[in-house]
Design a binder for this molecule. Structure first.
Ligand code: HEC
Ligand SMILES: [Cu+2]
Length: 352
């Protein structure tokens, strides 16, 4: 008896956990909590492709809910109405074979439902994938790296990391952003739930997607394809700005690095250590391309793909020992002395 009760309790607990997990996966249990790892709500789309995908999924959920209710209702009715009662004789009830009407009904109805779902999905896939970029569209290239995102705007001559800036695209003059997705190493997946669905990022292949965000703000996404130890710390920030603000950002990013004479010695210290093999600071001899471009590092709110906010203390801690912050990441601890560290940080802090 006690064993059975314990078993029932265990099952109840499991069901509760599964329910919570399902809700979290659906993004409904958590409101937009602050912080880098907040979960975005997939039911609050902010861009045309995301809205179309969300509409189809809501239609599919409604159809499935109706089917579930009908099937579960009939089942419950049958279980209660025809349950075993004392005094029943155990004879088999009359068997029914070959009712053409019933068989036609349960073949045709599901076929119609599936047909509707196929048609609706195909229409949305086509409208999302066949969209042609208008003349004023912004084009950017997204490159997935273990474990950070690089963003290039070839027509603007900008290279940056971690934060993808795009113009607001609401109102009468939509200005969508078309993205080309490439990988520097393994398979990743680019997913910003409120702006579009997931798109795989595959080595030696260019995939495409587009977004036209209707609201300004900072929208978070994740790598959605397991790509190694720091996969979960490969966050995407899409920063949607009204056009004038976006243009200002572009103008600043196109400039070479600030050359502040007050930190000339610190700059020399930076250029003399091996950071330059992996990082670019445009306008200096640092031209490495393995790690993020640092030319305008201080224009970013985050470091290391959203793992740290960009403060002097965090920057110092990161350069001192990236492995303590993002174990397994592809930037080694450089074992700088405290003076070297101070110099490097002082110089990087001037790269607005
Ligand atoms: C072997 C190549 C390599 C070397 C050498 C290297 N880094 Fe890095 N660095 C990386 C990689 C890769 C990342 C991205 C790590 C991640 O987020 O997973 C990175 C990230 C960074 C970031 C964060 C940038 C951002 O936008 O998130 C800073 C700052 C940085 N490195 C500074 C330095 C400094 C200063 C040195 C020299 C003391 C240095 N790095 C040496 C490869 C390197
Ligand atoms: Cu990834």
């Amino acid at each position: 008896m006690r064993g059975i009760r314990r078993e029932a309790k265990r099952q109840e607990q499991m069901i509760r956990r599964l329910t919570v997990l399902t809700m979290v996966c659906a993004g409904v249990a958590l409101p937009d909590a602050p912080g880098a790892h907040r979960i975005e709500n997939i039911f609050r789309p902010l861009s045309t492709p995301a809205r179309e995908i969300s509409d189809v999924s809501i239609l599919a959920v409604i159809i499935c809910a109706v089917i579930f209710t009908v099937v579960a209702g009939l089942l419950t009715y049958a279980i209660i109405r025809y349950r075993r009662r004392p005094g029943d004789n155990d004879a088999e009830p009359p068997q029914v074979y070959g009712s053409n009407q019933i068989e036609a009904a349960w073949t045709v109805i599901p076929l119609l439902i599936v047909f509707v779902l196929i048609m609706v999905s195909a229409r949305v896939i086509a409208s999302v994938q066949n969209a042609k970029p208008p003349a004023n569209a912004l084009h950017a290239t997204v490159i997935g790296h273990q474990w950070w995102w690089e963003f290039r705007y070839p027509s603007l001559g900008i290279t940056t990391a971690d934060e993808l800036h795009v113009p607001l695209s609401g109102g009468a003059q939509p200005e969508p952003t078309f993205l080309k997705l490439e990988s520097a190493d393994v398979a990743h997946s680019f997913w910003v739930p409120r702006l579009n669905g997931k798109t795989d990022v595959i080595p030696n292949r260019a995939n495409e997607m587009w977004i036209d965000p209707h609201e300004a703000g900072d929208f978070i996404g994740n790598c959605a394809e397991y790509c190694g130890t720091q996969h979960a710390n490969m966050l995407i920030h899409v920063i949607v700005q009204p056009k004038p603000e976006f243009d200002k950002w572009v103008a600043e990013q196109r400039l070479p690095a600030v050359d502040n004479p007050a930190v000339a010695a610190d700059k020399q210290a930076f250029l003399s250590v091996s950071c330059v093999n992996c990082h670019t600071v445009r306008g200096t001899s640092a031209a490495g391309v393995f790690g993020p471009d640092l030319t305008h590092l201080m224009s970013r709110k985050n470091l290391a793909s959203g793992v740290l906010t960009n403060t002097p203390e965090n920057l110092r801690a990161w350069i001192k020992d990236p492995q303590a912050i993002k174990p397994g990441c592809l930037m080694p601890a450089m074992h700088l002395t405290d003076t070297e560290l101070d110099s490097v940080v002082a110089y990087l802090r001037t790269l607005k």
